[in-house]
Design a protein around this ligand. Structure first.
Ligand code: HEC
Length: 91
């Protein structure tokens, strides 16, 4: 019984890992999963935050045209946050 409770506890602790990693990690995840397929991943430093906002709108349109699922609001916000935060770009 005691062992079982400990296992559950450690599993719960582990599962909070990615959540605590923050918004830019979520954004990087969406970026690397959803911004490939049509072209290579662009360089996050290539554009300003304002330019990224415009480009992301354009990519939404392109995904729609290609019959792909667009980013939902949370994914869009996470990717934009990631691309707009220079500190997050370090490998
Ligand atoms: C449905 C296919 C598709 C997906 C998915 C896609 N793009 Fe694009 N993207 C294109 C096309 C088509 C172009 C223009 C031609 C090219 O550069 O290959 C382009 C061009 C770009 C450019 C160059 C600037 C421009 O507007 O031409 C950037 C930057 C870019 N994409 C970023 C992204 C990001 C960030 C994502 C993820 C949110 C993404 N793309 C996902 C199709 C896509």
């Amino acid at each position: 019984m005691k062992t079982c409770a400990l296992l559950l506890l450690s599993a719960a602790t582990l599962s909070t890992g990615p959540v605590q990693a923050g918004e830019t990690d979520a954004g990087r995840d969406v970026f690397t999963r959803r911004c490939v397929g049509c072209h290579q991943l662009p360089e996050p430093d290539a554009l300003t935050p304002a330019q990224w906002a415009t480009v992301l709108q354009t990519m939404q349109k392109r995904m729609r045209q290609f019959g792909m699922t667009e980013l939902n609001e949370a994914e869009f916000a996470a990717v934009l946050a990631y691309l707009s935060a220079p500190a997050a770009h370090a490998p």
